[in-house]
Design a protein around this ligand. Structure first.
Ligand SMILES: Nc1nc2c(ncn2[C@@H]2O[C@H](COP(=O)(O)OP(=O)(O)O)[C@@H](O)[C@H]2O)c(=O)[nH]1
Ligand SMILES: [Mg+2]
Length: 306
């Protein structure tokens, strides 16, 4: 697929958020009586779109400065461009995609609460890497339920990637050990680890994940390790607390924000950026294997507002 098609597919995935935000912005712009009325409505919309209080305050600060009459005389586009520039400014991050180093083992470990999209994202990343002819080993370290192993197996078969065999109840850290050994033995340099996500308030899950991390550090000390946390965008502000929790235990290196197609509150990306010191690297908006996109601030803002 060419870049233009990829972008329109991404835009399509953000449909709900775009309709909510772009339409309401146009309406509030034309509907406002005066500057304070406009600012009040704008603030309300930003909060409702889940941008969070910090980012909203920063944006409001920008718009306090405007000459409202001049804005009215210009047009909506003028206002929208200023908002876009402000958002891009807040979101602006250094290049943040998943890098694969040819000269070493690359381990990508998915973590996150149940249902947040770990297994799906593991499959989507594998699909993407397979498309550029990378050799992958998939590791089902969610051994809590047989169905979870089976779900990953189906995805691995679909994309044509090898998966380590295991059984329900097996020690997840041992499965990871097997995965690393297999990668070394077969000279494959990408290992994708799916993990369990029972409630993050249960310390045994964190212990289990920390143990996996220790195995990685011991067995593959020289690897490039990406600990990617999946966050369900429909969770709203709760997602922020979740992310902090995982990050404290594990040191998360990036976020994959999932189910962006299922929410009208795409502003959560901005809240995450503003309130956490973790980079959003991937956006998933849809259930197909190719519905995973690198996060780029300008493209995201364009898809959200245009
Ligand atoms: N609409 C939509 N559904 C998603 C997306 N990502 C995951 N899902 C669905 O969310 C559910 C839970 O995903 P799963 O990967 O099993 O979550 P896990 O428990 O963290 O492994 C599944 O039904 C997925 O198909 C997405 O980006 N969009
Ligand atoms: Mg899963």
């Amino acid at each position: 697929m060419n870049i233009k098609n990829v972008f329109s597919q991404f835009k399509e995935g953000l449909y709900k958020s775009r309709i909510e935000l772009a339409n309401k912005l146009a309406f509030l712009f034309s509907d406002s009586k005066d500057k304070s009325d406009f600012l009040e409505k704008l603030e309300e919309l930003l909060i409702l779109s889940d941008l969070g209080t910090c980012a909203t305050a920063e944006i409001m600060n920008e718009f306090q400065q405007i000459n409202f009459r001049e804005y009215k005389e210009n047009n909506f586009i003028f206002f929208k461009e200023k908002l876009k520039a402000t958002l891009i400014d807040i979101l602006n991050s250094t290049a943040s995609d998943i890098k694969i180093n040819e000269d070493r083992l690359n381990i990508i470990m998915l973590v996150g609460v149940n249902g947040s999209g770990k297994t799906s994202v593991a499959g989507k990343i594998a699909y993407r890497l397979k498309n550029i002819n990378k050799d992958i080993i998939m590791v089902p370290a969610d051994t809590f339920r047989a169905a979870a192993i089976q779900q990953l197996k189906i995805l691995a078969d679909k994309v044509g990637a090898e998966m380590i065999n295991t059984k329900e109840g097996a020690d997840p850290a041992s499965v990871v050990y097997d995965g690393i050994s297999a990668a070394r033995a077969r000279k494959k340099n990408i290992v994708i680890i799916d993990t369990a996500g029972r409630l993050h308030t249960k310390t045994n899950l964190m212990n289990e994940l920390e143990k996996i991390k220790r195995v990685i550090q011991k067995e593959a000390n020289d690897c490039s390790l990406e600990i990617l946390q999946t966050i369900d965008a429909t969770m709203g502000q709760n997602a922020i607390a979740q992310a902090e929790f995982f990050n404290k235990s594990l040191g998360v290196t990036g976020i994959a924000l999932t189910k962006m197609d299922g929410t009208a509150k795409g502003g959560i990306v901005i809240a995450i950026k503003k309130e956490l010191d973790i980079t959003v690297k991937l956006i998933s908006c849809g259930e197909k294997l190719n519905n995973l996109y690198d996060f780029k601030a300008d493209k995201f803002v364009e898809a959200l507002l245009d």
